[in-house]
Ligand binder design. Structure first.
Ligand SMILES: Cc1cc2nc3c(=O)[nH]c(=O)nc-3n(C[C@H](O)[C@H](O)[C@H](O)COP(=O)(O)OP(=O)(O)OC[C@H]3O[C@@H](n4cnc5c(N)ncnc54)[C@H](O)[C@@H]3O)c2cc1C
Length: 407
């Protein structure tokens, strides 16, 4: 059996590498920059952005178990997500799944029978813009559907596709599927590092600083991979998985249809320790309605604010964003009695702007390409999943699917 060259060590590439190793193939994983890709630890150990998983993300949780990292993912809010509406100061806990709404105290704002039926209507039928489809239920749209769509699809509700959301809604109804998990210490120690260790321990080779510059194709097959210094000439039974973002695939294989538009995610990282005990302190995950912040992750070492679909905010300076976000965090701390000191002045804050965080999941987007692009080359990556929005789950599934598509 030949060698499988996997290009790109984002989660899709890590998943492809583990799948190929499990099939007994020799594996070389090539990464240009930082393993983890869009779900990575920055040089100082901070995550590029908060990443949450759901119980519905079965492939992602299986992947974590496989590499021995499942215990690093904790459920911060088992009693429902604490949400503060900064417009009127109301605070409540909201169940993410309709199965939890039988308790009045866990219902989202604006939930009526009509609103619920409209939500169910989104899960079937033709592809529509979610904002227009839910316009008759503005309180439910603002209080539940919009935050869900922005978090899951990273696309404003005015243009977001009901079909993509349906893929999420279909999956969160099962028992345990709406449980939300975050990495206790970070994406490096709780996901990427254990995956790389598992790949190496199972015989895979990992090449860092290896940017694929050119790909030569002969007679419908990938013939060689150009990494600058040394080209890899492919043997007849070698194979390639391109596990790259769409713009890189478009550069290397220009005929491939790729998503044209992307949406940004902004994260603000406040250096605010909430517990003297770095390892044992609480992890919290709270939501804000009507503010700048959407989600606030409180970990012992610091606080991270997520602003998805941040089309406007990506152009603002961290110095302007930090005081606004901090005021909302203090209001959250007061509303939900978060322990610790919450001074008036914002602590040091760093903004991380991922300008192409995910494709925009708009109505009527063309389907992704088939995984097998050449006789010996398959595509992986979150954007190649035909149904799910671009997430860790989609990326991990795409890696396994790409390997399965190879001869
Ligand atoms: C801020 C932020 C928050 C997010 N939050 C969530 C969340 O809460 N839950 C969730 O499920 N998903 C979330 N996502 C989405 C998730 O991060 C992505 O769907 C997933 O990481 C994509 O993985 P991938 O392997 O498909 O692509 P990438 O992570 O983009 O991996 C591609 C890899 O290829 C490398 N590369 C690029 N060009 C080359 C080249 N020429 N040669 C070699 N290597 C190359 C890159 O360096 C990168 O490591 C978030 C994304 C961001 C940015």
């Amino acid at each position: 059996m030949g060698t499988t060259h996997i290009v790109g060590a984002g989660v899709a590439g890590l998943s492809a590498a583990l799948t190929a190793l499990a099939r007994g193939r020799r594996v070389v994983l090539h990464e240009a920059a930082t393993p983890g890709g869009r779900a990575r630890a920055l040089a100082d150990g901070t995550d590029n952005g908060t990443h949450a998983l759901l119980g519905a993300n079965r492939a992602a949780l299986r992947f974590l178990r496989d590499v021995g990292a499942r215990d690093g993912w904790v459920e911060p809010e088992p009693a429902g997500l604490p949400v503060l509406d900064v417009a009127d100061g109301s605070a409540r806990r909201v169940a993410l799944s309709p199965a939890g709404w039988w308790r009045a105290s866990r219902r989202p704002p604006g939930l009526t029978a009509g609103a619920f039926l409209s939500l169910l209507g989104l899960a079937g039928g033709r592809d529509r813009a979610i904002g227009a489809a839910m316009a008759a239920h503005p309180a439910f749209l603002r209080g539940f559907v919009e935050p869900l769509v922005i978090a899951a699809l990273n696309t404003p509700v005015g243009e977001a596709s009901s079909r993509r959301l349906a893929a999420v809604l279909h999956r969160v109804g099962a028992p345990g599927a709406a449980r939300l998990y975050v990495a206790r210490h970070g994406l490096g120690p709780d996901m990427v590092d254990p995956a790389l260790a598992a790949i190496r321990a199972r015989g895979g080779e990992v090449r860092m600083g290896a940017r694929l510059r050119t790909l030569s194709v002969e007679a419908g097959r990938a013939a060689s991979l150009g990494f600058g210094e040394a080209d890899v000439v492919l043997a007849p039974d070698d194979a390639v998985v391109l596990s790259l973002p769409p713009w890189e695939v478009a550069r290397l294989l220009p005929a491939t249809p790729v998503p044209a538009e992307h949406a940004p995610i902004l994260n603000l990282h406040f250096a605010h320790a909430t517990s003297a005990d770095e390892r044992g302190g609480p992890v919290r995950f709270l939501g804000v309605l009507g503010g700048l912040c959407q989600w606030v992750l409180v970990r012992p070492g610091g606080i991270a604010v997520t602003v998805s679909a941040a089309d406007a905010e990506q152009h603002e300076a961290a110095d302007d964003l930090a005081p606004r976000a901090w005021a909302e965090i203090r209001a959250l701390a007061a509303a939900f009695a978060l322990p610790g000191a919450w001074p008036d002045a914002p602590p040091p804050c760093r903004a991380v702007k991922e300008r192409r965080a995910t494709p925009r999941h708009v109505v009527g987007a063309p389907p992704p390409p088939a995984p097998r692009a050449l006789a010996n080359l398959a595509l992986a990556g979150d954007w190649t999943h035909p149904v799910l929005p671009a997430t860790i789950e989609a990326a991990i599934r795409s890696g396994a699917r790409a390997v399965a598509a190879l001869p």
